[in-house]
Design a protein around this ligand. Structure first.
Ligand code: ZN
Length: 132
């Protein structure tokens, strides 16, 4: 018979509900784990949450700042698969896909710019005049 212990703990300015069915020891470990987490992002925001995502068959865990999208990443221990916060690495800037100066994401199709003032264009959508 498993006893589930629940609590709500603050995480930055947010609160997360923690549930643990492994007994008080495990529960306190979990609380301690989150107690280690930073309270604010490097941008000063406390609007942070622990997040996980899957990519290329691996699980990635980090604390995400919901305001500036910076992340502080977790590493995974080999011995017990436990997570540890890579505080030494600090907050990583949001991944922008390496593209310079664009507002959009890098997976969006290139937007066709409609020419505003083209003097002699016959209208329609077609604009493929061949100059010979
Ligand atoms: Zn931030």
């Amino acid at each position: 018979m498993a006893t589930i212990i629940k609590t709500i703990i603050p995480f930055g300015v947010n609160k997360i509900q923690l549930e643990c069915d492994g007994g008080p020891g495990k529960f306190m470990m979990a609380c301690g784990f989150f107690a280690d987490a930073p309270k604010t992002c490097k941008c000063g925001s406390g609007n942070i949450l622990p997040v996980g995502k899957k990519s290329a068959g691996y699980d990635f865990y980090s604390i995400l700042c919901l305001d500036c999208k910076s992340e502080m990443k977790y590493g995974q221990r080999k011995e017990d698969n436990g997570l540890f916060l890579k505080q030494a690495d600090g907050w990583a800037d949001p991944y922008t896909g390496g593209g310079g100066g664009g507002g959009g994401g890098n997976t969006q199709p290139r937007q066709q710019q409609q020419p505003d003032r083209q003097p002699d264009q016959g209208g329609g959508g077609e604009s493929d005049d061949i100059p010979f």
